[in-house]
Design a protein around this ligand. Structure first.
Ligand code: PLP
Length: 413
């Protein structure tokens, strides 16, 4: 982590021409990742190790499902173990760290605050990785039952702190822990939130894979990314900066729309977050906003030309989920629905002919009660998630203040 605890960026982004992408984009996600890593980590990690790291991280694919002929597709990012796109970043980080931990005997301790999906991906990604211990802080009663099972039932090197407060309280505690010498002198703390560049880089891989799966359509590609902290969208822009042909991006949000507002007015005004049914995007002050604008040279004109913003409230999201199911027979989680609606809205705003690809960020079963109620259909829970419901929950219940965490955490060291 930089000494100022700020955001890392790669020193330089290697630029590739289209033939590079045409050559690699047809491969598996692991192979695409491997080829991009070779150009990013040039020489720092041996090719054979990079191959192992990427194949260990990505034993699953990110398929593009065509919804409307040559018009609209969804990029399904939920085929990993925790059923959300955050698996991609968390698993890559885990595999990189297990590679590096083989080189030292110092244990790394990961601290992460979660509103739901990040914690599950990190817990599952790092479970049983040697040399790494994971502590997850989550707001008591504010994550779904299945999300809580992902955080609290693995055991081994993964432990959960259930905070009697909000996600913001969890995040504040984590921030303070990184600044507390009584902890940092004892253990090597590391973060796994989306500001971590090693979670961001691998998310560029699936944009490249989506390009490979869609170039036969023969139209300029537009990606619509349902966004909260804007890590996922920044990763798309990173891929574009590497040379991937993308016509423009769509920042699709819920009522937390500070970025769409910025794109319309040029003024960035972070706010308190408001609760919505697409809760993984309830962010009022997106931690990757600076990175997003930086990738466009901190030029508002550049950003606003390349990124269009749309947002939808809960009523519109539910209506959208129903419309998507009626029109395409596709069951979308609320976040994914916002991505698809962003793409549909963008089509109305232009006469140009694009292939719009909306990112499907979570499997609908992660939000089973809501999706079933809105659509009136039964949603199956994939086996890998279903097995967790029988397991017993273990968590340390703590008050929402730093001292309570420090005491409970220290006792586990
Ligand atoms: C985390 C998350 C998002 C938001 O992604 P960001 O990178 O924070 O913008 C969207 N959908 C789901 C399901 C998520 O878990």
């Amino acid at each position: 982590m930089p000494v100022d605890k700020g955001l890392y960026m790669p020193v330089s982004i290697p630029y590739q021409d289209i033939s590079f992408f045409d050559k690699i984009a047809g491969g598996s996600l692991a192979d695409v990742g491997y080829e991009i890593c070779k150009s990013l980590f040039a020489g720092e990690i041996a090719d054979a190790n990079l191959q192992q790291i990427t194949h260990q991280a990505f034993p699953f694919e990110t398929p593009v499902i065509n919804l409307a002929e040559k018009d609209l597709g969804v990029l399904e990012l939920f085929h990993g173990p925790s059923l959300a796109f955050k698996d991609v970043g968390a698993r890559f980080m885990a595999s990189l760290m297990s590679y590096f931990s083989g080189k030292t005997d110092k244990e790394v301790h990961i601290l992460v605050a979660t509103s739901g999906d990040t914690g599950g991906a990190v817990a599952m990604g790092f479970h049983n990785v040697p040399g790494v211990r994971v502590s997850i802080l989550y707001p008591s009663g504010r994550v779904s039952d299945l999300q809580e099972k992902q955080l609290t039932t693995l055991g081994g090197n993964v432990q959960a702190f259930e905070v009697k407060g909000s996600f913001d309280d969890c995040q504040a505690i984590v921030k303070q822990a990184f600044l507390d010498p009584t902890l940092t002198d004892r253990v090597a703390l590391s973060s796994a939130n989306s500001i971590n560049i090693f979670r961001l880089i691998p998310q560029s891989f699936y944009y490249v894979s989506a390009y490979g799966q869609s170039k036969h359509v023969g139209k300029p590609i537009v990606f619509s990314t349902p966004s909260g902290n804007f890590g996922n969208l920044s990763a798309g822009v990173l891929a574009q900066r590497m040379g991937l042909p993308v016509h423009h991006f769509i920042a699709a949000t819920n009522l937390n729309h500070v970025v769409p507002d910025y794109l319309h007015t040029g003024a960035y005004q972070p706010k308190e977050s408001v609760a919505t049914i697409s809760n993984a995007m309830d962010v009022g002050s997106p931690s990757n906003f600076v990175r997003l604008t930086h990738l466009y040279g901190d030029q508002f004109d550049n950003v606003s030309r390349q990124v269009k913003g749309y947002y939808f409230d809960d009523a519109a999201t539910e209506a959208g989920m129903q419309q998507i199911y009626a029109r395409y027979g596709y069951v979308a989680c609320p976040h994914t629905a916002i991505g698809i609606m962003g793409a549909q809205e963008d089509k109305k705003q232009t006469n140009e002919d694009f292939y719009h690809i909306a990112l499907a960020t979570a499997h609908p079963s992660k939000f089973k009660p809501l999706v079933e109620q809105v659509l009136g259909v039964e949603v199956d829970v994939p086996e890998r998630l279903a097995v967790l419901s029988a397991r017993e929950k273990h968590s340390f219940l703590i008050d929402p203040d730093y001292e309570s965490f420090r005491e409970a955490f220290s006792a586990t060291l």
